[in-house]
Design a binder for this molecule. Structure first.
Ligand SMILES: Nc1ncnc2c1ncn2[C@@H]1O[C@H](COP(=O)(O)OP(=O)(O)OP(=O)(O)O)[C@@H](O)[C@H]1O
Length: 313
């Protein structure tokens, strides 16, 4: 079992009378990616701001490798790299000059600084744009440069606050490629998002936060078990299903819900073992099926399931 790299215990912070973070606890193991997910205003940015030492906690402890994270510079804090939501790049400097500047702020110089800048640019796939200014970059490229800047001091834990906000799908994939390369290097990541599919793709562990409190802290597989439907059978029928057929189908074992769109049905099932009996039952009713596919349910509905509200408005 991997050892604990970051331990967050009972973290709280209020802004005036508003409790933004209210007793948050979770941990990050070495090499693990933790997805911190919650709706706008849930307290994600405030939580990661405290972990990075940018915000002072009202209460609670943050231990990095068993050492407390303080306000000033510390060895513990140096093990963390932070990619903020707001881009922090100098438009008058080239990509490489930007990285040199950030590296120098971490006390790097000479051959090591040069090597780290080259490695970081290669990792984010911007080596061929080193001489160009970020003003000529797409939103996704700017974010990748920001990730490179956060890696120069070789942190063990990289924290990314909603790194895909405002970037197009292609750039999003390029960001994921970069993050998967970091995972392959054995680094730990904390990734905040309000997109469950992103967190599901990247994270080994998911922490769901709402109104400053942790609602769930589990593996994606364990979260799946909390969903009423864990599999879906998508079936395209040769003709329109009758109301009687749909209501009889709802009575079949393992069926949790049915969504109809024309001749197509999305049948929610308690688990995938119910798919074959359902197809056999349909055949027994004389229903011709043109096409079918089974799928795992996405975790998208888990927040709705836990709170009765949806993750995004
Ligand atoms: N500087 C601040 N002053 C006052 N209130 C704040 C401040 N920063 C955040 N808040 C409030 O604290 C709560 C948590 O905000 P936070 O930014 O941590 O949430 P979040 O989950 O990161 O949301 P988002 O995805 O919108 O960034 C919100 O109600 C927010 O309005």
């Amino acid at each position: 079992m991997a050892s604990i790299l970051l331990r967050v215990q009972n973290l709280s912070k209020s802004y005036a009378t508003r409790k933004a973070v209210d007793g948050v606890s979770f941990q990050v193991l070495r090499g693990q990616t933790v997805g911190l997910i919650g709706p706008n205003g849930a307290g994600k940015s405030t939580t990661v701001g405290m972990i990075c030492g940018l915000l002072r906690a009202d209460a609670g402890t943050i231990l990095m490798d068993d050492e407390p994270i303080g306000q000033g510079a510390s060895a513990a804090k140096r093990k963390i790299g932070f990619v903020p939501q707001d881009l922090a790049l100098y438009d008058d400097l080239s990509a490489l000059q930007n990285l040199r500047l950030f590296g120098a702020l971490y006390g790097l110089k000479g051959a090591l600084l040069k090597q780290r800048c080259e490695q970081a640019l290669a990792l984010v796939n911007l080596a061929d744009r080193a001489a160009d200014k970020p003003s000529t970059f797409s939103g996704g490229m700017k974010r990748r440069l920001n990730i490179a800047a956060a890696l120069l001091h070789d942190p063990q834990l990289l924290i990314l606050d909603e790194p895909t906000v405002g970037v197009d799908p292609q750039s999003r994939n390029a960001i994921f490629d970069t993050l998967e390369a970091l995972q392959a290097q054995g680094r730990s990541l904390i990734y905040t998002s309000h997109y469950m599919e992103e967190v599901e793709r990247l994270a080994d562990h998911i922490v769901i936060i709402d109104q400053g409190k942790v609602l769930a802290d589990e593996t994606p597989a364990a979260l799946h078990l909390r969903l009423p439907a864990r599999a879906a059978l998508h079936a395209e029928l040769a003709g329109a299903p009758s109301a009687a057929l749909l209501s009889a189908m709802r009575e079949q074992s393992g069926v949790t819900d049915i969504e109809r769109d024309g001749n197509s049905l999305a049948i929610g099932l308690a688990d995938a073992t119910h798919a074959a009996p359902m197809l056999a039952w349909l055949a027994g009713q004389g229903i011709a099926i043109l096409h079918f596919a089974t799928a795992r349910t996405s975790l998208e509905n888990i927040f709705l399931n836990l709170t009765g509200r949806s993750l995004r408005d």
